[in-house]
Design a binder for this molecule. Structure first.
Ligand SMILES: Cc1ncc(COP(=O)(O)O)c(C=O)c1O
Length: 391
């Protein structure tokens, strides 16, 4: 069958693809130590599940408004005021089927052919494909380990000066895959550059907002004076509340942009699942202690995995300040012409350890390990890695 050129251009998400492969190997009885999962290994907190059960019992099984229930949108407005000190009106909020879906809607609503999206690398895999699917052009700007993988103001200025077609900038903090977290001062410095380029919308992917470590506070570029109006915030329940399968994410921003996203969604998904919205509302309004319990567990695992990786010969590893990934540089272990793809394949084949190669994130010298897994898994994986690397 002849498929569209759009379909040909779309690549499979390498993280989802690899996780599926690892799960299939495990199901076939293979002894695999997996570091590929992009989701917390905890169960969704009980009070959230109870709210969804109750919604079912109350018969909340019908369509809701496309942008989400009035109750959930109000809870998102209150949550954003509480956590970020930012005031929004309900018409500035859309709930979608996960953060991934609202990002897709943002690109669809913002981009015309020829518009570029500035994506600092390493980047989360879907930004590139979603930009292309909307007819836009990804403009990848590499960042370096020496800068903690953070976009530098002078670099941003140079790229924007040369590329007048940049319509949007993606800022993902804390970052998947690097774990880098921009401070308020760093965001203010980037904002000072953006002042000179008013045509650029900032897409602030804050899905890991609640997962920062070592006392590093979360900051949003929308908090920089004057920047709320030109920022669209993406957030959701997946990571903070261990609700990846519930598929609830949202965007907050300019009412015209949110309105356009809502019109597009009205022909696409309609509303996110009604019962999941009830659970999300309970997550945002209810007891927040589970979020901190999970964050602490991730913080302890971060220390374990970073210390272990740093002890391996020829492995460079920044200490992540957020999310639940480490992104070590394994260039010293690559054969001539070899990239992380082949390294990861060798590692899986020889030592039954699954990591995500950095190629898909725009960093072919690195691999991503998720530490959203048990300490026993981390310890076993580290000792297999040590043996593999001849340590
Ligand atoms: C940086 C980033 N943004 C957005 C998402 C989307 O998450 P979800 O669609 O589950 O809300 C993810 C999930 O892996 C992510 O890592």
């Amino acid at each position: 069958m002849k498929l569209s050129s759009r379909a040909h251009a779309a690549t499979e998400s390498p993280t989802l693809g690899l996780t599926a492969k690892v799960n299939a190997l495990k199901a076939a009885g293979e002894d695999i130590v997996g570091f590929t999962a992009g989701e917390p290994d905890f169960d969704t907190p009980e009070h959230i599940k109870e709210a969804a059960r109750e919604a079912l019992a109350r018969g909340l099984t019908k369509y809701t408004p496309t942008a989400g229930t009035v109750g959930l949108r109000a809870a998102i407005v209150e949550k954003t005021q509480r956590d970020s000190g930012l005031t929004y009106e309900p018409k500035q909020v859309i709930v979608g089927c996960g953060g991934k879906h609202v990002l897709y809607l943002i690109f669809q609503a913002l981009l015309d052919p020829g518009d570029a999206v500035l994506i600092p690398a390493p980047y989360w895999v879907s930004y590139v494909d979603q930009t292309r699917l909307a007819g836009g052009a990804p403009l990848i700007v590499p960042t370096v380990e020496a800068d903690d993988f953070k976009l530098q103001p002078a670099q941003l200025d140079a790229v924007l000066a040369l590329n007048p077609h940049v319509r949007a900038l993606i800022l993902n903090s804390p970052s998947n895959p690097t774990g880098a977290t921009y401070s308020a001062a760093e965001l203010a410095a980037l904002a000072a550059v953006l002042e000179r380029y008013p045509q650029v919308v900032v897409i602030a992917d804050e899905i890991y907002e609640h997962l920062t470590y070592g006392g590093v506070p979360f900051a949003s570029i929308a908090q920089v004076p004057g920047f709320q109006a030109r920022t669209v915030i993406v957030n959701g329940c997946s990571k903070a509340y261990s609700m990846t399968g519930w598929r609830i994410g949202w965007a907050l921003g300019d009412a015209a942009l949110i309105g356009a996203m809502t019109r597009i969604a009205s022909h696409e998904t309609s509303n996110p699942t009604t019962i999941a919205q009830a659970g999300a509302e309970a997550a945002l309004r209810g007891d927040q202690s589970a979020v901190e319990t999970m964050r602490r567990a991730f913080e302890a695992r971060r220390t374990l995995i970073v210390d272990g990786l740093r002890a391996l010969p020829g492995v460079q590893c920044l200490e992540p300040t957020g999310a639940f990934y480490v992104f070590p540089n394994i260039a010293a272990h690559l054969g001539a012409g070899e990239t992380a793809d082949e390294f990861a394949a060798r590692l899986l084949e020889a030592s039954r350890v699954a990591v995500v190669p950095g190629n898909g994130f725009g960093a072919p010298d690195c691999v991503r390990l998720s530490y959203a897994c048990s300490e026993a898994n981390i310890t076993a994986g580290l000792s297999r890695l040590a043996a593999f690397l001849g340590a």
